[in-house]
Design a protein around this ligand. Structure first.
Ligand code: SF4
Ligand code: SF4
Length: 194
């Protein structure tokens, strides 16, 4: 039976909204603002689950061809740099420091806020928000039970693999078939996360 991605995406939107309402009081104190993008250009991995990857791919497909092509090239550059253990700015970031997939951005990005500018010693976040975010990540992984988690450009690469996609689309689960890719790119099997 095929996975109902539309329903899964609606459920994830509900999880995002619940997190937003639970952390609203904390985020009111954040210093974040448009164009402040250290978190998108100079931070660690941008982890997503496979269903969030499908949302990003759908958004990419709806973009003008030139912009989508530029982002796809950026994703390839990102993979090359990260395989070498180097930092890389998010390929979805535009030259003005804004996110080009803002409404489709994954939870990794939605959870980010800080009580001080991140270029002044990294993000400063309430402990309760960190706790809630961990729970949300787990809830999303449980929802995407036959899927995987990892840095966005690697998950998007996985979703471009036809053999993988055919299995995933019908709710199949065969982590052995992508073992080499998983090991090389730090991909987590959602079902096995405790
Ligand atoms: S999390 Fe940090 S870098 Fe990102 S918008 Fe907020 S203050 Fe700026
Ligand atoms: S997807 Fe958007 S919000 Fe997330 S890291 Fe990339 S540019 Fe920033």
């Amino acid at each position: 039976m095929s996975l109902d991605f539309k329903k899964m995406q609606e459920t994830i939107q509900g999880i995002y909204q619940k997190y937003e309402s639970e952390t609203g009081q904390f985020k009111e104190q954040a210093v974040c603002g448009r164009g402040c993008s250290f978190c998108c250009s100079d931070m660690g991995k941008i982890d997503i689950v496979t269903v969030e990857g499908i949302v990003l791919l759908e958004r990419l497909e709806s973009m003008p061809e030139t912009e989508a092509k530029e982002i796809k090239q950026g994703l390839e550059r990102d993979r090359i740099l990260r395989r070498k253990g180097k930092k890389s700015a998010c390929p979805f970031l535009d030259e003005l420091g804004a996110c080009r997939v803002y409404t489709a951005r994954p939870f990794s990005c939605r959870q980010l806020y800080s009580l001080r500018k991140c270029d002044q010693g990294g993000p400063l976040v309430h402990k309760q928000a960190v706790f809630l975010a961990r729970k949300v990540v787990r809830d999303i992984q449980k929802l995407d039970d036959t899927g995987y988690s990892g840095h966005h450009s690697f998950i998007l690469k996985l979703l471009h693999n036809k053999t993988f996609r055919n299995t995933y689309n019908i709710g199949g689960f065969d982590p052995g078939s992508i073992k080499k890719f998983r090991k090389k790119h730090g991909i987590t099997i959602n079902r096995f996360v405790k």
